[in-house]
Design a protein around this ligand. Structure first.
Ligand code: AMP
Length: 190
């Protein structure tokens, strides 16, 4: 199964993506994790993206598309988390998957209000100390989500592949709704 999970920062995307990936036995491909690993390794990519991540800005589309192409090329199934964040990224992803006749099966959307996102991100900052969970960077990331990523949501809604889920519920309830949504598109039962 090829699953994309969308939602604002703090929507619980990472948590739910991990649960789905482990219950279906497919990789969780999270671009934020890939970039943070590059920063931690001190690789050339890491040095290039570190200031961008710290400001809560977006890494250039070309760089992200190449990164994801290399990561997905040999995968039949995956849960993609954090990409695409812009319409050009979505167009590149769809073209890439169409080329190999492996389109997305479903696009899950975790819906949460800005108030809930903010509250959760500030909580995460206290727990995990992520430098981009500082108030200025959070505000920037949410603004970019509305401006650049919401059009991606609308793209998949228009295509009919979008499955919206109420992300403000407790984790287990969100997971159950996702399981139901995956069942409707023919995923093996977890
Ligand atoms: P995340 O963990 O998904 O919130 O990503 C952390 C940071 O990595 C983001 O704030 C961006 O700076 C960068 N990033 C992750 N995915 C992308 C992407 N698809 N396009 C551009 N920047 C990204």
């Amino acid at each position: 199964m090829r699953i994309l999970i969308l939602g604002p920062q703090g929507s619980g995307k990472g948590t739910q993506a991990k649960l789905v990936a482990s219950s279906l036995g497919i990789p969780h491909v999270a671009t934020g994790d890939m970039l943070r690993a590059a920063v931690a390794n001190g690789s050339e990519l890491g040095r290039r993206v570190q200031p961008i991540l710290e400001r809560g800005d977006l890494v250039p589309d070309e760089l992200m598309v190449e990164l994801i192409r290399a990561r997905l090329v040999d995968e039949d199934g995956f849960v993609l988390d954090g990409f695409p964040r812009t319409v050009p990224q979505a167009e590149a992803l769809d073209a890439m998957l169409d080329e190999i006749a492996k389109p997305l099966d479903v696009v899950l959307l975790l819906e949460v209000s800005d108030e809930v996102s903010l509250e959760r991100l500030l909580g995460r900052r206290a727990d995990e100390g992520r430098s981009d969970d500082a108030p200025d960077a959070i505000e920037n990331r949410l603004r970019l989500y509305h401006e650049l990523t919401e059009p991606v949501v609308e793209r998949y809604r228009a295509k009919g592949t979008l499955a919206p889920v109420d992300g403000e519920q407790p984790v287990d309830d969100v997971a159950r709704e996702i399981e139901d949504a995956l069942g409707r598109v023919g995923a093996p039962q977890a």
